[in-house]
Design a protein around this ligand. Structure first.
Ligand SMILES: Cc1ncc(COP(=O)(O)O)c(C=O)c1O
Length: 430
């Protein structure tokens, strides 16, 4: 992306053909066209290495954990490896990483564990920019505890957080600030470190929804200053799995739901029941795949996985930023196309755009993009319900196009050209 702040980098952009060769899904043809997947914000395709790791686990190491024979010991090693990989991805310690079904389930689990810390009249701050997965757990928690929800507004001129509103919302009764790092609908990136500083000044905890951020920006829980963060591996080339980061002291102390015989120590105590071990194997492979995208920075450089991830994000940013600017310019030049979100500049932003075609409902646009141009881009409100309300988006919502590491210039041109044809009322192949 595009999220990365522009900074000097020795990383070279990865060769997109080499990257693409690792994704069998990219060979799919639909209606005579090679499929162009713009549905990354909903879930990316996976490279062969991720599918291989998942399959290898199921076929050769399958067992439950914590027993004394080889396949069980191998399963334990797979869990440890996934924690270490996720810790590298987030700049955390392995004992601060718990896995679960998805971000939403983990946020609900966390909300239940935080319940005893919330008293009637306390306040929980959320934002209008957030996915409902970072809204519902907290509104429900507030309702159950007699607490008050304060929702910080989005500015509709910049599509960004209204900081003065957030500053007013956070006060001495605030117990939790739940904030998204990147909007899955608009691509807006929010300075969560700034929000965390405001929250901590009032003694509140900070939860960051980084689901739409981690695929595009090097994530650093220390620099963000958050207490908790969640993301989902299926958004960055992995299997369907959620990841919860929590400060170790909090993961140890909070009263999470667990069975009495299950491990009492963190982070294991957060992982109810049997984990999805095959997805953990795939998660390590996905993070290693991400790390491979930075290439080598040469002899004598830091070759740790974290350093390789940093180079990979820089390299992806270097390639996707001009491509995303070109997508934006192309769509913006089409009469009748309305783009929601801030135009790309040097400011951090994720390469995701939601748009409307005047006079054509978004379901029809998405259907025609697929059938007439092989472009797979979803339509809907993508659980960004508050943003949709604020912007007056109803019915079949927006069409959303997001980049992944395999997006090419040709695909961007194809998308723009197909939208132009739909907007001008002609058939793509007419
Ligand atoms: C920004 C954001 N937050 C939360 C979620 C929910 O993630 P999950 O499907 O892992 O529960 C999504 C899913 O699209 C998302 O984009």
């Amino acid at each position: 992306m595009t999220v990365a702040a522009v900074r000097p980098s020795t990383a070279s952009a990865p060769d997109v053909d080499e990257i693409r060769a690792q994704f069998p899904a990219l060979e799919r043809v639909h209606g005579g066209d090679r499929v162009a997947y713009f549905d990354g914000p909903g879930g990316t395709q996976v490279p062969q290495s991720v599918a291989d790791a998942t399959r290898d686990y199921l076929l050769h190491h399958n067992a439950n954990s914590h027993w004394a024979y080889p396949t069980s010991l191998e399963t334990d090693a797979i869990i440890d490896a996934a924690r270490a990989a996720a810790a590298d991805l987030l700049n955390a310690s392995p004992n601060e990483v718990a896995f679960g079904a998805n971000m939403t389930s983990l946020a609900f689990s966390l909300s239940r564990a935080l319940a005893p810390t919330i008293s009637p009249g306390d306040e929980i701050v959320i934002t209008e920019l957030d996915h409902h997965g970072n809204v519902a757990p907290w509104t429900r928690l507030a309702a159950e505890r007699g607490a008050v929800i304060r929702m910080a507004r989005m500015r509709t001129d910049t599509y960004s957080l209204d900081w003065s509103d957030l500053e007013q919302a956070i006060g001495p009764r605030t117990k939790l600030v739940a904030i998204g790092a990147a909007s899955n609908a608009l691509g807006t990136v929010t300075d969560v470190a700034r929000a965390a500083a405001l929250a901590h000044a009032q003694g509140a905890h900070v939860f960051v929804d980084a689901v739409a951020y981690v695929p595009h920006a090097l994530t650093d829980v220390e620099a963000m200053g958050c207490d908790f963060l969640a993301c989902s591996t299926y958004k960055f080339y992995g299997p369907h799995l959620g990841v919860l980061y929590g400060r170790h002291e909090l993961l140890t102390r909070l009263d999470c739901a667990k069975l009495a015989p299950a491990p009492a120590h963190a982070p294991d105590r957060w992982e109810t029941g049997t984990l999805n071990f095959e997805a953990l194997a795939g998660t390590t492979a996905a993070i290693d795949f991400m790390a491979s995208l930075g290439g080598s920075a040469g002899f004598g450089t830091d070759d740790s996985r974290r350093a390789r991830l940093a180079r990979a994000y820089d390299a992806l940013h270097a390639r996707s930023a001009p491509l995303f600017a070109s997508l934006w310019r192309g769509l913006a030049s089409i009469p009748g196309v309305v783009l929601h979100g801030a135009p790309p500049t040097d400011a951090p932003r994720s390469p995701t755009v939601s748009f409307l075609v005047e006079g054509v409902d978004s379901h029809t646009v998405a259907t025609r993009l697929a059938s007439e141009a092989g472009v797979f881009a979803p339509n809907g409100i993508f659980y960004a319900a508050t943003i949709a309300d604020r912007l007056g988006v109803t019915g079949s919502g927006w069409v959303r196009a997001g980049f992944a590491c395999y997006t090419t210039e040709e695909e961007v041109e194809r998308l723009v050209s197909a939208v132009r044809t739909i907007a001008t009322g002609a058939g793509v192949r007419s």
